[in-house]
Design a protein around this ligand. Structure first.
Ligand SMILES: [Zn+2]
Ligand SMILES: [Zn+2]
Length: 246
């Protein structure tokens, strides 16, 4: 079921809980290897996989990330597929055809795979917003099974952009080359800028699956520092609590 919504700048924000579970054995490692130097004791890491649904008073609907996808998704080798995004949208009272903007924070298989069902874009009337650097770096299954089918609906941006009224994207690279975060008023939907609460306590803690761990840590420190200074509300993909006051 979706988590409890919040209203931010007049926009209703509903966290959709696409899946909850551990990583599969193909990529699971002890937490001490996943977050070296994070001071974590080893133990199970149960991830939530969140997407965020934004509904403004004018009826515009925006979706941030699309989750892990179906049983045939590129995430199926490691994530608890199938994701429940279509059911989560129905529970929130939204038809996929109503969604005008889909923002993909990055092209990892647990964030973008739900964009395509049976080889076709699930959100037939949406623009799919992606950073140029992320589109340029796409390869393998994410290119063939996800990016290629949505190519005709892609809105490629470079850096900062307002992609729906009051909804801004900002390049926050490191986790992937074109990783972006999304702002709506005091809310920051941060994709995989932060994977585990240990990185809130110490942004320099690396994550094993950051493409560029040094750049990711620098970006994390800079962005989190700014968000803390403005007392922003953090909305992460993988924490169990979908909203966190900084
Ligand atoms: Zn959840
Ligand atoms: Zn990622």
């Amino acid at each position: 079921m979706p988590h409890k919504p919040r209203t931010i700048s007049g926009v209703e924000v509903t966290p959709l809980c696409d899946a909850v579970g551990p990583m599969g054995p193909t990529i699971r490692r002890p937490l001490t290897e996943m977050f070296p130097g994070g001071g974590l004791a080893d133990g199970p890491w149960i991830l939530h996989f969140h997407c965020y649904l934004l509904r403004d008073p004018a009826g515009r609907v925006t979706l941030v990330d699309t989750g892990i996808g179906g049983t045939d998704s590129p995430a199926s080798s490691w994530a608890p597929v199938p994701g429940t995004l279509p059911g989560e949208l129905a529970a929130a009272g939204v038809d996929p055809a109503e969604i005008g903007t889909v923002i993909l924070t990055h092209l990892h298989s647990d964030h973008a795979s739900g964009a395509v069902v049976d080889g076709r874009p699930l959100f037939e009337n949406a623009r799919y917003v992606l950073q140029q650097a992320e589109a340029d770096a796409a390869q393998g299954a994410m290119l063939d099974q996800i990016l290629t089918p949505i190519k005709g609906q892609l809105q490629v941006v470079d850096g900062d952009a307002e992609v729906a009224p009051g909804v801004h994207v900002h390049l926050a690279a490191g986790h992937t080359p074109g990783h972006q975060i999304v702002r709506l008023g005091e809310l920051a939907m941060t994709g995989d800028l932060v994977l585990h609460p240990a990185q809130l306590a110490d942004p320099s803690v690396h994550y094993l699956y950051d493409d560029d761990p040094v750049k990711a840590a620098a970006t994390r420190a800079e962005v989190l520092g700014g968000l803390r200074a403005e007392r922003a509300v953090l909305a992460t993909a993988h924490f169990s609590d979908p909203f966190l006051e900084l």
